[in-house]
Each structure stands twice: as structure tokens, then as C-alpha cells.
Ligand binder design. Structure first.
Ligand code: ZN
Length: 178
């Protein structure tokens, strides 16, 4: 089963986006193939295209998380990618349930990223769009889907950014008190 936030996972393959030197986990075609569980690494050109698509997805959902409309050219780029990606025609049995069968024979970036693009379209057109958040730590920039009942989750994860922010608050407070 494809997770609905697969597109956010992909956008988060570059993180600490608010820092001077963000952490990049997809540094070349082989990294992209590993991430997408593809048998064959894409060409350098396909790799470049995939990274451009990733940045487009990040901008699009980052805008959404801030309650802003996406830049028209980003939506245009997503539509273009969706139009040229392999079509969603066949289902196949997967370990748990079913998944869309991607015709990956072409080996293009769009075939490699078809499930990512579909998840972006489903998320944008689906009922959980208002649950897309960006971590409240400005250095972090992680995008996530807020699954909490109250819908008030602010941090990518309490163990990382949330606790760090709490510790910082505590530190400032104890400094003021002394
Ligand atoms: Zn975070």
C-alpha cells in the first residue's frame, strides 16, 4: 500500500532546510534508485529532473502548510509531470493489500517517481490537505501529515525538534530566574 504522505517523505529527503547547509540524502542517481527501490539507477539527466520535482513538491506543500496557494508554475510543473508519468492502470497484490503497478520499464524519472506524483495529487485533492504541516522549528523544515485527533501537532517529532525547543525554552526560563 502506498502511504498517502509518500510525496512528503520524498520532499523530506533534504532536511534541515532552514540551516545554512541543509542535509542532502539523495546525492546522486544511485541514492535515488535506492530510495525508490528501483533496480536500475537513472541517468544523470533523469536524476536532475527528479531533484527538480522534489523541490517543486517541497515548495508546493510548504506553501500549503503556511496556508498560502501554491505558485502557479509549481502546480503547472506537477500537472505536466503527472501527465507524462506512466498511467495508473493496473493494481497488483502487495505484502499488505494492493498497490498500483508502475510500468517502470522506461526507467525515466517520471516512472521512478510515479507513486510520489500520484500521492501528491491524491493529497492535494483529498480531505487531509489541511493536515499538511511544516515543523515549527524554523531550522528543520520537515513536512508531515498531522494525524493527531486535535490536529495541533507542531513538531516533526517530539523526540527531535519538540524536545529541543522545550529544552531551549527551559534554558531561557532558568536563565531569567537567576
Ligand atoms: Zn523538526
Amino acid at each position: 500500500m502506498t502511504r498517502p504522505d509518500l510525496c512528503l517523505d520524498f520532499a523530506n529527503t533534504r532536511y534541515w532546510r532552514g540551516q545554512a547547509a541543509p542535509t542532502e540524502t539523495i546525492n546522486g542517481p544511485a541514492d535515488l534508485a535506492a530510495w525508490a527501490k528501483a533496480a536500475k539507477a537513472p541517468s544523470p539527466r533523469e536524476f536532475e529532473q527528479a531533484i527538480q520535482l522534489r523541490e517543486m513538491l517541497y515548495r508546493l506543500f510548504d506553501a500549503q502548510a503556511q496556508g498560502k496557494p501554491a505558485a502557479p508554475r509549481d502546480l503547472e510543473a506537477l500537472n505536466l509531470a503527472l501527465a507524462h508519468a506512466p498511467s495508473r492502470k493496473l493494481l497488483k497484490r502487495a505484502r499488505s493489500g494492493y498497490e498500483w503497478d508502475v510500468d517502470a520499464k522506461s526507467g525515466t524519472a517520471l516512472a521512478l517517481l510515479a507513486p510520489v506524483l500520484w500521492s501528491a495529487g491524491d493529497l492535494l485533492a483529498g480531505p487531509r490537505l489541511d493536515r499538511v504541516r511544516r515543523c515549527a522549528n524554523p531550522e528543520c523544515g520537515w513536512l508531515f501529515l498531522d494525524d493527531s485527533r486535535a490536529g495541533k501537532r507542531r513538531w516533526c517529532s517530539m523526540s527531535a525538534c519538540g524536545n529541543r525547543a522545550k529544552a531551549r525554552r527551559h534554558y531561557h526560563k532558568s536563565k531569567e530566574e537567576t
